[in-house]
Design a protein around this ligand. Structure first.
Ligand SMILES: O=C1O[C@H]([C@@H](O)CO)C(O)=C1O
Length: 556
């Protein structure tokens, strides 16, 4: 029988040493990362979240949870709800309807970068099994960490000229990493060994396993910036899940994981049982300036202090995008997965560019840089409060002669907060088109994350998408269902989804500073079908005014 999983959480800043350097992090109930939520399919998760921060609001997004029938619980400030003010409590209540590896994180300003995140794992209904067997399970939540405060990072990004945040100091595995020392110093002359006893906040999260077992490793990435590569010495990985959807199992030596993605891999602990093995998580897709995150696969009953014979696996060259594509293009859905509709009703093209606005640096989609309004869209649309945001929809396309291989000829952009509105049930294609940045010969990856839906990834390509050339070659047979997908430098990615979830949903680059600089759009469908929005989600902006006039229920 479905259960109610009830949690009471308090969010606060606290001193912590995630990488052996004391800093402040956003903790939940005194923990960093926040507590893991674990539920079965069909359960209702209830989180009573109290904001114990003194000077800022807070919201939490449940990444990968579709929020069918509860769009006000999606946890996006300015979109699904008003920020929870200091001292206030907001109750998130939602059903988890799909098994998989998920996580949650802050979705106001750059609070995810400040460490507001944790894991959310959904098991099949009680008595039901996963479509694969495993004996043991390990959960890894990956993140990246800066020593500079998030406030300073944010001011840098919004200054003229922009001060970029640079690369992270440390990669964290379940909130733990080591700065300025290495637990693998023994293999590299010149690197300083870490003096760790094991009880420190920055001591590595050791992966304990038994020999001759099948182990499921859940891996999710909530990095602010870094694209990661995960490998275990001597062990092949069998990929079985991506973003809470089963995939056609395939074997690989390592996986790439972009911010916002999650995977499950199976390993067989069939190597020499008297040894331990390195787990290495390195940076890819941007010129790295961060040492890999390391931990050990500890074959019990060996002591974890017994270091592996071989050094940690080397992360593949950051610029080897062919290798990254090779991995990404191997991901297909299982035979029994839902298939996409064979036709789309509407296709929109989203050009990703880096731009300028009066000397400030922005990211823009079809030359509109998203600046979120003070009134959340969900309430504003449900109660038809037209002053809340620009009622004109943003452009669905970009000039066909736009050259994606050179910096924008006119780098000036505009800010906007319009909404792409879909008919309820409409099949929507989105062609994400990457382009050159402000500097010549530069184009970076962007992992795009959609709220409220999974989408099918129909294809990828280099250069500019052409309907005539690529439109007929899309994969409608076994495209993977996901909630996050990457666009490669100077390339395009095509996705399809059915707009069947009444609500207002963010679709954005999951790189935290990029979203902050405007790299996102807002989708909406069937808002008139949305049920009663909790009043606390409406108590700001023009929805608050409507509530004051009609405190029982604002008139739609
Ligand atoms: O938005 C960004 O800014 C920097 C760079 O373009 C300017 O320093 C970078 O790598 C980004 O992704």
């Amino acid at each position: 029988l479905p259960k109610i999983k009830h949690y009471k959480w308090e969010v606060e800043y606290m001193f912590w040493s995630p990488d052996c350097v004391e800093n402040i992090v956003m903790g939940i109930n005194g923990q960093f990362p926040g507590p893991t939520i674990r539920a079965n399919v069909g359960d209702t998760v209830v989180v009573e979240l109290t904001n114990k921060l003194h000077t800022e609001g807070v919201v939490i997004h449940w990444h990968g949870i579709l929020q069918r029938g509860s769009p006000w619980a999606d946890g996006t400030a300015s979109i699904s709800q008003c920020a929870i003010n200091p001292g206030e409590t907001f109750t998130y209540r939602f059903v988890v309807d799909k098994a998989g590896t998920f996580f949650y994180h802050g979705h106001l300003g750059m609070q995810r970068s400040a460490g507001l995140y944790g894991s959310l794992i959904v098991d099949p209904e009680e008595g039901k099994n996963e479509p694969f067997h495993y004996d043991e399970e390990i959960n890894l939540l990956l993140s990246d960490w800066w020593h500079q405060s998030v406030h300073k990072q944010e001011v840098g990004l919004s200054s003229n000229p922009m001060r970029w945040i640079g690369e992270p100091q440390t990669i964290l595995i379940n909130g733990r990493g080591q700065f300025n020392c290495s637990i693998a110093a023994k293999y590299h002359s010149g690197s300083k060994p870490c003096a760790l006893k094991g009880g420190e906040q920055c001591a590595p999260f050791i992966m304990h396993v038994h020999p001759n077992k099948t182990v499921r490793i859940r891996i999710s990435s909530t990095t602010a910036l870094a694209s990661l590569n995960f490998a275990i010495g001597n062990h092949q990985l069998l990929v079985v899940e991506a973003d809470g959807n089963y995939v056609q199992p395939f074997r690989t030596s390592d996986i790439d994981i972009y911010s916002g993605e999650s995977y499950s891999v199976l390993i067989t602990t069939d190597q020499n049982p008297s040894e331990n093995y390195w787990v290495s998580i390195g940076v890819r897709a941007r010129r790295p300036n961060t040492p890999p995150g390391l931990t050990l696969l500890n074959y019990l009953p060996n002591s974890p202090a017994k270091l592996p014979i071989l050094p940690p696996p080397e992360t593949p060259d950051w610029e080897d995008f062919d290798r990254s594509k090779n991995f990404t293009f191997r991901i297909f859905s299982t035979m029994s997965s839902p298939k996409p509709p064979t036709r789309f009703d509407r296709r929109i093209f989203l050009l990703n560019t880096q731009n300028r606005l009066n000397g400030f640096t922005k990211w823009a989609i079809n030359n509109v840089s998203l600046a979120l309004p003070p009134t959340p869209y969900l309430g504003a649309m449900k109660y038809r409060l037209k002053t809340a945001f620009n009622q004109n929809p943003p452009p669905e396309n970009f000039p066909s002669n736009y050259s994606i291989d050179i910096p924008p000829p006119n780098p000036n952009t505009t800010i906007g907060n319009g909404v792409y509105r879909f008919k309820l049930g409409e099949t929507v294609d989105v062609i994400l088109q990457n382009a050159n940045m402000l500097n010549p010969n530069t184009s970076e990856i962007h992992p795009w994350h959609l709220h409220g839906h999974d989408f099918w990834v129909l294809g990828y390509g280099d250069g500019k998408f052409s309907t005539a050339v690529h439109g007929r070659k899309l994969n409608l047979k076994n495209p993977p269902l996901r909630n996050t997908v990457v666009i490669f430098p100077n390339g395009w990615t095509a996705i399809r989804f059915v707009a069947d979830n009444p609500g207002v949903w963010a679709f954005h680059c999951h790189i935290e500073p990029h979203l902050h600089m405007g790299m996102g759009v807002v989708f909406a469908e069937g808002v008139e079908k949305v049920g009663r929005i909790p009043k606390k989600a409406l108590a700001c902006g023009v929805t608050a005014k409507a509530l004051m006039k009609n405190p029982i229920n604002p008139k739609p």
